[in-house]
Structures are given as structure tokens and as C-alpha cells.
Design a protein around this ligand. Structure first.
Ligand code: GNY
Length: 462
């Protein structure tokens, strides 16, 4: 299609946080012009003259992916990092076979039920490289009518050959953490080449922390490297001041839910919420645990969405899990994104934040591949001596003081002239909208035949 390609400078450098939503087909163009990108924009020649790229993801439509690159880049070396096994792996190889420039790399998944959820692009140009961390699968539907999040790095220049390779990291140790994440994939020649390429680039302009998960039972020094304990460690060192955020709620927004245990004290409101409510460790007494608000689409949100009930095929919350954790429903709020024109663009983005009671300020913000599950964030084992993680996940954490030296908080709506503030483009509406008495969380494996969806269809999963 001849969709207008916004010139590079219009939307990348203009966004100080580099945090975008994906373009949505079928909403007023105003909501797709600023702070919104499509996959063709990300891969376009206006971002740089591509030499090679890598795509980390869960689902791939390879012929579709090739078509998203500009014609002149379609034969450049492309490494695909996936977690597919058995028949899925065979299918992937069959689809990749006809592209001599495509190499497949299977991430090791030795732990049951673990998946390679991480969604990331490495884009190597003739004048530097970019890292893109996002939430969309490499399939048409994920980039068409859903709400997805994308962080696009600044252009990282190549280090001069004589420059000491220990240069070029950022105040958030972005490059070190990215290399450590890649190291967890083990020895793969092509991934090791990308690690060397990353080592040769100056990533000092990266203002975000990496919050990654890799499968394993992490103990000792590794325990705080991944999942919710990495977040806890970063917030202990660089998080908000306890007195500032006392009683500020935590908000979690996601597109799938795991088995969280028979009560909130099993994991959700204990170890997981404790990590998300961590404040800068300065010895003051333990603060009261903050309120937890969760955002997950109700059946009506899905029914009315642009896609209709089929949006729910990407919201895999099962009746089996839901039945075991009715308490979870008491935390839930609807998906609403009127401010971004995306109330009907079903969420596949995952975001987590700590917000002031008046919804004016954010203490920090995460966009990540990680849904609300122990598999993604990790769960303590052996008397809290190890963190058990099943899946690969990756996300970025925005902390005000790392985005701008003296910035303590992000602004959410309007500009607070009294403080030097920075507006954070929230993907969803505040204040949050509760479920009505009759609202139920979307479950993907039961039928909905009372009311037709926006396309006039019912939902009858087999
Ligand atoms: C339960 C599994 C098979 C599933 C169903 C529907 C959508 C999914 C999805 O979107 C992801 C992902 O984005 O990583 C991962 N698993 C997804």
C-alpha cells in the first residue's frame, strides 16, 4: 500500500522518550501521526541504510516480514531468534528456506511451558545501529488493529576502532545488561556476532533500563538479574523516594494472565507487588503495601473492539486459570484508551507503572513483553533463595532521573508548570474505569453468543 511514510525526523527525535504505539488501521489519522509507528516506518530507509538485522519474537510470518522491509533491504542478512520446537520449528524452516539471507536461531527452552516471548529488533546501518524493544508478534494482525508498544533506541554510533570498547555504555548500563541478556542464549555463532557488533557501538545515549527474563532457577548473584527481582534491584537503587510515593497505587496492564495461585498472598500481592512497590532504599521503615490496580479487557471491551471477538484470540486467559483465582477479578479495570484513539484497538501491549492518586504523575513506567504470570516475572523457590523463570521476556523501564538529570517524576496529563516536568505519553486512560457489575474478564476458551461483536459475529471456540 502507498501508506504515507512519516519522514524520520518527524517522529523519532521529536519524542524524547522514544516510546511509541503502533499505527492502528481504522482510527482517525490524528492518532496515527504523532507518537505512532508502523513496522514499515521502523524498517524504512529513513531510519538508516540497513546492512543487516535480527528479529527476536514468538510468532513469525516470514513472507509477511520480508515484505515489511523496503525492497532494497529484503536480501540483507536477517537473523530470526525464535523458541519454536518440533512441528512449529519445521514449519518455520520451511517458510524461511526460500530466503538465502535468512538464518534461524532456536533459543533453548529446557523448562516446561517456557516460551520465547521477547520481541526485539537489532538494526545495523552503515552509520550505526538501533535496538527496538516492543510487544508485537511478526504477523500482520499484531500490527493492524491492536494497541502495541514500541521503544526505538536513538541511533547508536559505531565506536572508533581505536576507542576503548569499555566506553559507550549509559547511565542505565543498557549495553551491559543487553549483552548479559544475550549471553543467556548460550553459544550461537550468529548471536555471538551480534554481541560483538553491540560491543562496537556507543550506547551511552540509552536512557532506559533493560528488564529481562531468561529461563532458569536463578540463585546467588544471578537472582536479582532477571524478572521482578531485577526491577526490585533497579528501584532500590534508582527508584522513587519512599515519602514521595507513599500510598501511590501500582498499575499493571497486560494481555494474558497465568495461574497466580489460590489467593493474592501466594504471589500477586506478595513477592510480585513487593517488587513493583520498591522504593529507593534509604533505611526508612517498611512502607505499607500500595493498592494494586490491574487493566485487562472485559468481554464487552473485546466485543466492541475493531476486530470484534477475534481480538480475544490474542488474549489467552483460560477458564481453567480464571476458575482458580476469582480474587483476581477484584483488581480489574477495563481497557480504555480514548486519549490515544485506541479504546477499540484491543491491547496486546503490556505496561506497568506507579502512579499518583490524582493520576497526575508517574514514578516510573515499563513497557515489556511480560504478561501477568510467574512464568514471565519469576517466582521464589526454596525459601526465597532462588527465582524460577520459565520464559524469555524483555522490556524497558523509564525512570525520570535517568531520562533527565533532575527530573523526579513524569507528568501524565496537562503540563505542570510548577515543576520542570516531562509529559509521559500513557497508552491508556486515567482515571481507570472499573468493570460494571455485569462485566467479566475476557476468557478465550468459552463461547459468547448473547450479543454479536462489532463485525456481527458470535464467539464459539472449539
Ligand atoms: C497461549 C499462546 C499460544 C498464545 C495465544 C495467543 C496469543 C499469544 C501471544 O500473543 C503471545 C505473544 O505475544 O508472545 C504468546 N502466546 C500466545
Amino acid at each position: 500500500t502507498s501508506e504515507k511514510m512519516s519522514p524520520y525526523e518527524n517522529y523519532i527525535e521529536a519524542a524524547p522518550l522514544n516510546f511509541f504505539l503502533t499505527k492502528v488501521f481504522g482510527i482517525p489519522n490524528h492518532y496515527n501521526s504523532s507518537l505512532a509507528v508502523g513496522i514499515k516506518d521502523i524498517l524504512s530507509a529513513s531510519m538508516g541504510n540497513l546492512i543487516s538485522s535480527a528479529q527476536f519474537n514468538y510468532m513469525f510470518d516470514i513472507p509477511w516480514l520480508v515484505q515489511q522491509y523496503p525492497e532494497q533491504f529484503r536480501s540483507k542478512p536477517l537473523l530470526i531468534i525464535h523458541g519454536s520446537q518440533r512441528a512449529d520449528k519445521t514449519t518455520l524452516h520451511e517458510n524461511a528456506h526460500r530466503y538465502p539471507n535468512i538464518t534461524l536461531c532456536q533459543a533453548k527452552l529446557d523448562i516446561m511451558y517456557g516460551t520465547h516471548h521477547s520481541k526485539m529488533m537489532f538494526l545495523l546501518y552503515d552509520n550505526g545501529m538501533r535496538v527496538v524493544i516492543h510487544t508485537a508478534n511478526i504477523i500482520h494482525n499484531d500490527w493492524y488493529q491492536k494497541t502495541q508498544g514500541v521503544w526505538i533506541s536513538p541511533l547508536f554510533p559505531k565506536l572508533a576502532s581505536d576507542q576503548d570498547l569499555s566506553q559507550g555504555d549509559s547511565v542505565t548500563q543498557f549495553r551491559k545488561d543487553l549483552l548479559e541478556y544475550l549471553g543467556a542464549y548460550g553459544t550461537n555463532k550468529h548471536l555471538q556476532e551480534w554481541q560483538e557488533t553491540i560491543r562496537q557501538h556507543d550506547m551511552s545515549s540509552a536512557k532506559v533500563f533493560i528488564i529481562g527474563s531468561v529461563p532458569g532457577r536463578h540463585t546467588g548473584a544471578s537472582k536479582m538479574k532477571w524478572g521482578h527481582l531485577k526491577l526490585r534491584k533497579v528501584l532500590q537503587e534508582h527508584g522513587p523516594d519512599g515519602s514521595t510515593v507513599k500510598d501511590w497505587p501500582v498499575i499493571g496492564q497486560f494481555s494474558s494472565v497465568g495461574s497466580l495461585g489460590s489467593g493474592p498472598e501466594n504471589w500477586l500481592s506478595s513477592e510480585w507487588l513487593e517488587s513493583l512497590s520498591t522504593v529507593q532504599a534509604n533505611g526508612i521503615v517498611k512502607l505499607s503495601k500500595p493498592k494494586l490496580n490491574l487493566i485487562f479487557p472485559c468481554v464487552e471491551n473485546v466485543r466492541r473492539s475493531l476486530e470484534g471477538y477475534p481480538a480475544g484470540a490474542s488474549l489467552p486467559y483460560s477458564i481453567k486459570n480464571a476458575r482458580k483465582q476469582q480474587y483476581f477479578n477484584t483488581f480489574l479495570h477495563q481497557w480504555r484508551a480514548f486519549s490515544r484513539g485506541r479504546s477499540r484497538a484491543s491491547p496486546h501491549i503490556k505496561t506497568y507503572t506507579r502512579i499518583s492518586p490524582d493520576a497526575q504523575y508517574l514514578a516510573w513506567f515499563i513497557v515489556t513483553s511480560a504478561n501477568l504470570s510467574k512464568a514471565a516475572w519469576g517466582a521464589y523457590e526454596k525459601n526465597n533463595s532462588q527465582l524460577f523463570i520459565r520464559s524469555y521476556e524483555i522490556g524497558v523501564l523509564f525512570v525520570p532521573s535517568k531520562v533527565e538529570e533532575n527530573l523526579k517524576l513524569f507528568n501524565v496529563q496537562g503540563v505542570d508548570s510548577s515543576k520542570d516536568s516531562m509529559l509521559f505519553p500513557l497508552p491508556w486512560d486515567v482515571p481507570l474505569t472499573s468493570y460494571t457489575q455485569t462485566d467479566r474478564p475476557w476468557l478465550w476458551d468459552i463461547a459468547y453468543t448473547d450479543k454479536p461483536d462489532s463485525q456481527g459475529n458470535m464467539w464459539c471456540p472449539s
